[in-house]
Design a protein around this ligand. Structure first.
Ligand SMILES: Nc1nc2c(ncn2[C@@H]2O[C@H](COP(=O)(O)OP(=O)(O)O)[C@@H](O)[C@H]2O)c(=O)[nH]1
Ligand SMILES: [Mg+2]
Length: 358
């Protein structure tokens, strides 16, 4: 699953990427290349399960972050075709909003104004979606006329959906589409249907006006049900050399509780609608990623396709129960191990053993 870091030029996207991944990509430029890193998703539960088994290997869930350049002063403040294509490939967007002040780093739009920046980004993504829709609507009539009978109905539904979405985008309203609609529209990669998080790049929250701006952004985020994370991207990327105590002093000095990366990674994972289930043993304790709502057979499939194909049943222990009893044997004795079939909807944190035969 891929998260794209998206924002105006000099918002701190590359600095944020460095802070997240520990990379040392040059910042302050208008590079045209994307930077990609795969990161472990921090999970206390996996560490705890590992402590029961002392396995040879502990494997966390992962998530991929991509630093996408391309929106900024160098291109007249517009996303280029390449950037739009890169963003379209992402499963979710981390919108990076600049709140930090710096005389050395001019803002491409003039002053610091994260709400304006957000509107600029959203407007460009909306216009790009509208462009795709308009081009499709020009042809879809002909496609429907020519389509074989069994495809006509779904094309007609698609047509109706596109017209609805166009209207919502033109009115600047949020676009919501049900499960079936999402399936029909999956190929378009509409920006409006991608989950978003906001990352606010701050310099110093002990500064009253910065703190006030953050507060109003937080209210906006809350009212839209969006996850907002605060980071000082340069500070965080530069502190990796220091020991914990020194780092904390730096964070305290700018009114931050600590590094944003762990929380940001975890929230990104959640925003994608992802949950983890676990497999445990002396060889390996591992967190696996599935979409919330996936069933046991699908979960088995992410371990191995044979497990999905030959799925018989699963032994399942809820994480909290495992945490208490600390082993499979004790879970059986305590009666907290369940046998579940294919259709069982996996819960976040379930510890699972799949029985299969191929
Ligand atoms: N003071 C300060 N400077 C920052 C911060 N984040 C980024 N910068 C600086 O702003 C410039 C642009 O940052 P960069 O990460 O390259 O932004 P990008 O264009 O969005 O990738 C660089 O010179 C960074 O050092 C921050 O939180 N505080
Ligand atoms: Mg950059």
């Amino acid at each position: 699953m891929k998260i794209g870091i998206v924002g105006l030029g000099a918002a701190g996207k590359t600095s944020c990427f460095n802070a997240l991944t520990g990379a040392t990509v040059a910042t302050g430029g208008f590079g045209k290349d994307t930077n990609t890193g795969i990161l472990p998703v921090p999970d206390q539960r996996l560490a705890r399960l590992s402590s029961f088994y002392d396995p040879k290997k502990t494997t966390p869930a992962t998530i991929e972050f991509t630093d996408i350049p391309g929106l900024g002063s160098q291109s007249g403040g517009e996303f280029g075709r390449k950037a739009l294509g890169d963003i379209r490939d992402m499963d979710a967007l981390l919108l990076l909003l600049r709140l930090f002040q710096s005389d050395n780093v001019p803002h491409p739009e003039g002053g610091i104004d994260p709400v304006r920046d957000l509107e600029l980004i959203e407007m460009q993504l909306r216009l790009a979606d509208l462009d795709v829709i308009d081009r499709r609507l020009e042809r879809i009539g002909a496609s429907i006329r020519k389509a074989p009978k069994d495809q006509k109905e779904s094309l007609e539904k698609e047509n109706v959906l596109l017209v609805e979405i166009k209207q919502l985008l033109e009115d600047g309203k949020p676009v919501e589409v049900d499960e079936e609609g999402r399936r029909l529209l999956a190929g378009y990669g509409f920006f409006a249907l991608k989950p978003v998080l906001w990352l606010v790049n701050v310099s110093d929250l002990t500064d009253e006006s910065e703190a006030a701006s953050l507060k109003s952004l937080q209210q906006m985020a809350d009212s839209q049900g969006i996850s907002l994370v605060v980071m000082n991207a340069t500070l965080e990327s530069e502190l990796t050399e220091f020991d914990e105590e020194e780092r904390q002093e730096y964070y305290d000095a700018v009114g931050l509780s600590g590094p944003a990366a762990p929380d940001l990674i975890q929230r990104s994972y959640a925003t994608l609608g992802l949950i983890s289930f676990f497999t445990v043993g002396e060889d390996e304790c591992r967190a696996w990623t599935i979409k919330e709502g996936a069933n046991a057979q699908k979960a088995a499939g992410c371990i191995h396709s044979d497990l999905e194909r030959g799925f018989i049943r699963a032994e399942v222990i809820a994480y909290d129960d495992f945490d208490r009893v600390e082993s499979f044997t004790k879970a059986k004795e305590a009666g907290v191990m369940r046998l579940e079939g294919k259709e069982y909807i996996v819960n976040n944190g379930d510890v699972i053993v799949v029985h299969f035969s191929v």
